[in-house]
Write a protein that binds this ligand. Structure first.
Ligand code: SAM
Length: 215
């Protein structure tokens, strides 16, 4: 039985229409800038092991994985089948609304890592999703939740809208710790664009991540 941390009011979104409708049209865009994506790929390079089985949860047509790393399997998940079908890193994928059904069509302990990029902010039942991710990960498996300071505000639950960047990190870590995960790292960093913008002191999308381990 999953314990609730959020109130019903904190789970509500401004746009209560179905998420499938919102994601019905594919968006072949980058949701995060190059500086953020480089930092994320570097984190994956440091944390993910070659040959492992990975789930890219709440994914799209890009997975941000290091090109030189090959995996046993990369399973994709999201709400738009066309985006997922166009993602060259995925071995297979499935489409499922996690705000309606949190049970994943995956065996117990079949994965080594789960990645969520710019996705947690749309979860209305994060406790149940976290419990399910614990089920499908092997002992010692990693969950990497990364995000920046942007969102589709109408689709983010109130708990996310109410919080600052720091609150978002605390919130993700709190849900995971409460669900029995070991928090390995909480990362909050500025990023720097490549080239002239970076040399002139310009900033990229800020990088936030929580890395947790399944005990
Ligand atoms: C901002 S995009 C990020 C996509 C991808 N992770 C990336 O880095 O480009 C948010 C993603 O969350 C997924 N998503 C949003 N709401 C969802 C829901 N209720 N159930 C499952 N996936 C959802 C969508 O598939 C969408 O692609």
């Amino acid at each position: 039985m999953t314990q609730s941390l959020l109130t019903e009011a904190q789970r509500q979104k401004l746009d209560a229409s179905s998420d499938e409708l919102f994601y019905a049209q594919p968006r072949f865009v980058q949701h995060l800038d190059g500086a953020f994506r480089s930092r994320l790929t570097q984190l994956y390079r440091e944390r993910l092991k070659p040959g492992s089985a990975v789930l890219d949860l709440m994914g799209s047509w890009v997975s941000h994985l290091p090109e030189e790393l090959s995996f046993g399997e990369v399973i994709g998940h999201g709400l738009n089948g066309q985006e997922l079908a166009a993602n060259p890193r995925l071995s297979r994928h499935f489409v499922q609304n996690l705000n309606v059904n949190q049970q994943l069509p995956l065996e117990d302990r079949c994965l080594d890592a789960v990645l969520i990029v710019a996705g947690w902010q749309y979860l209305q039942q994060p406790e149940a999703v976290a419990a399910e991710l614990k089920r499908v990960l092997r002992g010692g498996g990693q969950l990497i939740v990364a995000f920046s300071n942007r969102m589709f505000a109408q689709k983010a639950p109130q708990v996310w809208l109410d919080g600052s960047d720091r609150d978002h990190l605390d919130y993700v870590a709190k849900v995971l710790a409460h669900g029995g995960w070991l928090i390995e790292a909480v990362i909050a960093e500025d990023t720097k664009p490549e080239g002239p913008l970076g040399w002139l002191g310009g900033k990229g999308d800020p990088f936030f991540a929580v890395v947790a381990q399944r005990p």
